[in-house]
Design a protein. Structure first.
Lengths: 164, 164
DNA sequence: TTTACTGCAAAGGGTTTGCAACATG
DNA sequence: CATGTTGCAAACCCTTTGCAGTAAA
């Protein structure tokens, strides 16, 4: 298991172009606001909260940002992650970044760190999940692997009791 | 990957006794309401929403149920699952049921189906995650593997666009 | 000039909390 | 009787929506 390449090293122009294409395919525009959201997601390290996006992007309205995230999610540019720390987090999709990865989620502070598994484990997992899905006539689309625990920053210090 | 034994086949008295013990360890009582919640979780097939618990248990107050779930979660009897379908779901912990399992989550209706992976896949996954956690000085506590997709009931019929 | 997009303010809705009454050890 | 528990109602807070105005094709 290794760290995925930081998104900041992705070729931003490609990401923007892909995003624009995906939006255009359903008759939507790649506006300055939407570009700012994607830009913020490229820069921020790991999945970002709305608050972080509003800080990073300059002068974005909250409601527009939520709305744009919905649109970006619908066209497969952005992915929403829900944990139990009371606010959603957003990241660029694997279709955009080309990087299949998983998450270390801190149960104290909610921070999410991206990691990758090695290919053989991924493959075995895929097979096993596919079989289980078949048993239930469940049409599996994608899997999610998270490691819940305590991040380096929170470990040791007394954190607030966080659920999950 | 096989189906886990339905929780209804668990020996309920053991579960209740364990729950009572865990509560007693922190000076809390295993009241009728709390027992009713655990009972409902034993009976209901898979992780249950608050609404389902309120229906199953007879005359439970919403606020008390939320509070009891918090307490039961703190002592390790109950586990909260958050997906993006707008309400949390609750299940008995593996410490109580002794059944490590994972989830098939329907992105249309939010239903969650329990499944297990075979042991070799689990072991490989554990190792891989442990290594990744070490790289980030992240103290991993437990993992979560979900398969997102469309359940048998929702497949085919036009569902509402559900996020994630 | 039609349709998509924006931003303010208000509404929604699951979850949490204040508080007085109750139950339990 | 001291402490944990309950339930009603109100508050919370993240998220969504109504609506009038703006921008882009």
């Amino acid at each position: 298991m290794t760290n995925p390449r930081p998104t900041t090293q992705l070729i931003a122009s490609n990401v923007h172009q892909l995003a624009a294409t995906k939006l255009a395919a359903v008759g939507q525009r790649y506006t300055a606001n939407r570009r700012a959201v994607v830009e913020a997601l490229l820069i921020l390290p790991g999945p970002a909260t709305i608050a972080e996006l509003l800080n990073a992007g300059q002068g974005l309205a909250q409601s527009s940002t939520y709305r744009n995230l919905v649109v970006l999610e619908e066209v497969g540019v952005v992915h929403r992650i829900v944990t139990s720390d009371d606010h959603g987090r957003f990241e660029l999709t694997e279709a955009i970044t080309g990087q299949h990865h998983h998450h270390l989620i801190c149960e104290q502070c909610g921070i999410i760190i991206d990691v990758t598994l090695d290919a053989t484990v991924e493959a075995a997992l895929e097979r096993s999940l596919a079989q289980g899905a078949a048993n239930h006539r469940f049409r599996g689309l994608h899997h999610r692997v998270d490691l819940l625990g305590v991040c380096r920053g929170c470990d040791g210090r007394a954190g607030p009791p966080v659920r999950q």
